[in-house]
Design a protein around this ligand. Sequence first.
Ligand code: NAD
Length: 286
Amino acid sequence: MPTQPDASQFNGDLPNYKNCPKLIVGQKALVTGANSGIGRAVAIGLARAGADVIVNYVTNEPAAREVVAAIEGEGAKGLAIKADVSREAEVQGMFEQALAAFGTIDILVPNAGLQRDAALTEMSLEQWNTVIGINLTGQFLCIREAVKEFLRRGVRKDVSVAAGKIICMSSVHEVIPWAGHVNYATSKGGIQMMMKSLAQELAPHRIRVNAIGPGAIRTPINTDAWTTPEAYADLMKLVPYRRIGEPEDIAQVAVFLASDMADYISGVTLFVDGGMTCYPGFATGG
Ligand code: NAD
C-alpha cells in the first residue's frame, strides 16, 4: 500500500476536530465498517461526543480492536462485532449481540461500502451484485434491525427527543454520475431514495433518517486520488475548496446529525464535499 503523505503537505490548516462538543452523551451507537477510514473516524467522533459505540467490522480484527481502544480513550464504551452487512443472518446476530451488550441503540451509521470498478461491458454480475449487496442492501438490513429497536423502545427522554437517528453514508455520487463505476453510483443513488422514503415512513415515530454525501475523503478506498502530488492536483480540479476531506470532517457532521441540534432535519443528504457538487467546471463561467 502507498505511504500516506502528511496531511499538512497538501491540506494547509485543518479544523481542531477535538473541539467537538458533547452533544450525544449517554446514547448508544452502531457504526458499520468502523475499522477503517470514514467509519473509524465516525465511531471515534461519536465517542468523543459522549456515545458508547459498537464497531462493526468484517475483516481485520486488530484494526477494530484499535478503534475500540480509541473509543475507550475518549471515556466511552466500545465493542467490536464481526458481521458481513450483506448477510441477513449475520446482521441480525450483530444486533442481538449489540442489544445484549448495550441494552439499546439510539444511533445507526450504516457506512460499510466498497468499489468494484469496471467499464459496463467488462463488469461481471458478481461485481455488480457485490457492490449493491454491501453498499445498498447492507444498509437496508442494518436499518431494518435498528428501527425495530427504536419502535420497540420509543423516545428515551433522558438522552434525546427523537426515538432514533439513522445516518446513511452515501456519496456525492448519489447525484454525480460516474462513468466506469455504474454499480457504485447506482448503489449511492439507491441510498438517496431509500433514505428519503424511510424518512417519510418513520418520521411519525420520531425517527430521523438522513445521509451524509462525502466528496473526496482521504481513506484507503481512493488512495490513487491523493498519494502523489500529480494525482492530488488533478483531484483539486474537482474541489472548489482546494483541499481533500479528512475522515474527521465527516465525523463532525455525523455527530451533528445524530444530536438534537439537528432534530428538525430528516430526509436530507448533507454533502460534505468542499463544493464538489457545485459543478466546479463552471467556476470560470462555463
Ligand atoms: P474504507 O475502505 O476505508 O472503509 C470501508 C469499510 O467498509 C471497511 O471497514 C471495510 O472493511 C468495510 N466493509 C466492506 N465490506 C463490508 C461488509 N460486507 N460488511 C461489513 N463491513 C464491510 O473506505 P471509506 O472511504 O472509509 O468508505 C466508507 C464509506 O464512505 C463507504 O460507504 C464509501 O462508499 C463512502 N464514501 C467514501 C468516500 C471517500 O472519498 N473516501 C466518498 C464518498 C463516499
